[in-house]
Design a protein around this ligand. Structure first.
Ligand code: INI
Length: 217
């Protein structure tokens, strides 16, 4: 009968354990009344998944438009399994709403494709403050919490894909693509194992220089 099959292909899915993961969070300070709540939701999800403070780094940027460059810079360090980009753009507050929204989304997407590090898009784009409040902890749940879970799932998925690709990909590779000698590895970038996360000693919050200096005093 059609629709029946004995095939059981490999299924790869990231689980929701934060074990071993190192996650970055870039937070826009614009509309921080909302973004702080989204951040709290993301931290809640990571804590429930077993993350310790030492596995999380938070970076603050002025507005949503600065999320992509900061996330890309963090991703390029090789320290992170995934990075959450947190922001809130309100239509009522700007005539360039559409530009801010589309450029932020485009920048985040380009940065994750360029770096190979999953960037979780947690930017609320709302017409009103009330809608944003509802999505940051009230009626519609907290989108930050969903983003936290997404970061864990994608971080674990990337590790699994990297691990699964290693031995199988070489033996299964077309002969032309196979390395000629053992000393000349030719694993294509697409299947190269993920860079292992480097653990930091304690939680780090990267703030602006002046703020940091003031806190030291
Ligand atoms: N940035 C936001 O994160 N949300 C907004 O609603 C917003 N508005 O309304 O303009 C906003 N603008 C600032 C922008 O992201 C940049 O920080 C700024 O243009 C400097 O590059």
């Amino acid at each position: 009968m059609r629709g029946e099959t004995k095939l059981k292909p490999t299924n790869i899915k990231g689980d929701l354990s934060a074990a071993e993961l190192h996650i970055g969070v870039v937070v826009s300070q614009f509309n921080n009344f909302i973004t702080d709540r989204l951040l709290a939701g993301a931290l809640d999800a990571m804590e429930r998944a077993g993350a310790a403070e030492s596995q999380i780094e938070i970076v603050r940027v002025p507005g949503a438009l600065e999320l992509p460059i900061a996330a890309k810079k963090l991703a390029q360090t090789g320290r992170f399994d995934s990075i959450i980009c947190v922001g809130c753009v309100l239509r009522g507050e700007t005539s360039h709403y559409d530009v801010v929204v589309s450029e932020t989304a485009r920048g985040v997407q380009l940065a994750q494709l360029d770096t190979g590090v999953p960037l979780i898009f947690c930017v609320l784009t709302c017409d009103t403050l009330e809608q944003a409040i509802n999505r940051a902890g009230l009626k519609s749940g907290n989108k930050g919490y969903e983003a936290g879970l997404g970061a864990i799932e994608m971080g674990q998925l990337m590790r699994k894909i990297g691990a699964a690709a290693k031995p199988a990909s070489i033996s299964g590779m077309a002969s032309a693509a196979r390395p000629a000698t053992a000393s000349a590895p030719a694993i294509p970038d697409a299947v190269a194992p993920a860079v292992p996360a480097v653990r930091v000693a304690k939680p780090v919050e990267v703030r602006r220089g002046a703020e940091r200096r003031a806190r030291r005093r």
